[in-house]
Design a protein around this ligand. Structure first.
Ligand SMILES: [Zn+2]
Length: 142
């Protein structure tokens, strides 16, 4: 059995979802990931940006990413493990929006057991959430 058994085809490296010291659940590498490699994607419900903003205003846990000026992806009901990726001000991965897809790439070599993190930058939280990533230089809010 491959470590990727049960993952969708666009999940390129095996990961585990587990409790995170940063916030709630996080995504952890289950095998070595080389620098610059694609890790996986989040797919979900494609909705208009206006609907995304309405949902973001009424949901406590937000899993919505705007992929263009017109469309957003709501991953609230997605089963993709990457949707649990936490924010860090010193991330080891990055988010790339490509052809309406939400893709994750390694910024450096990542060892098994490391939590995968990205810098989400400006989010729907608009600075209302405290950041607990613990990185030196943490901006302290999301
Ligand atoms: Zn931080």
């Amino acid at each position: 059995m491959s470590a990727l058994a049960g993952h969708p085809h666009y999940q390129k490296f095996a990961v585990r979802v587990a409790r995170s010291r940063i916030d709630g659940y996080g995504v952890f590498a289950a095998e070595p990931i080389a620098q610059r490699r694609k890790i996986g994607e989040i797919r979900g419900e494609s909705i208009p940006v206006a609907e995304a903003r309405r949902r973001a205003a009424t949901q406590a846990r937000i899993m919505i990413v705007e992929v263009s000026t017109k469309r957003a992806i709501d991953a609230s009901r997605s089963s993709d493990p990457m949707r649990f990726t936490n924010h860090s001000c010193a991330p080891n991965a990055r988010l790339a929006i490509r052809d309406g897809r939400i893709e994750f790439y390694a910024l450096r070599a990542i060892a098994p057991g490391e939590e995968l993190t990205v810098d989400y930058g400006e989010t729907h939280h608009e600075g209302r959430l405290a950041c607990r990533c613990g990185a030196p230089g943490c901006v302290g809010r999301l």
